[in-house]
Design a protein around this ligand. Structure first.
Ligand code: SF4
Length: 81
């Protein structure tokens, strides 16, 4: 999803969710905050069902970054297509 446009010659950014499975402990804060993008697997670990975060859910995504106790959850801001 395009999250920001700045007039002519617009700069476009997308926000991608990234979870490091090597450190995630499955506390699930991220899934509870972002059910639009994440689901639990059978063992209570998060699965990304939609990698791109739309503007409407961006604040929640960054809140999940702050709340993740293992620093496993990130939002990467990248140049859009
Ligand atoms: S909040 Fe962090 S540790 Fe908990 S399930 Fe999400 S990514 Fe894993």
């Amino acid at each position: 999803m395009v999250s920001k446009e700045l007039g002519r010659g617009a700069l476009r950014f997308e926000h991608q969710l990234v979870i490091d499975p090597t450190v995630c402990d499955g506390y699930g804060y991220c899934v509870e905050l972002l059910p639009s993008n994440l689901i639990f697997d059978d063992w209570g670990y998060p699965i990304i069902k939609e990698r791109y975060v739309d503007d409407e859910h961006l604040e929640l995504a960054y809140r999940a970054v702050k709340l993740c106790p293992k620093l496993a959850f990130r939002v990467n801001k990248i140049r859009g297509r």
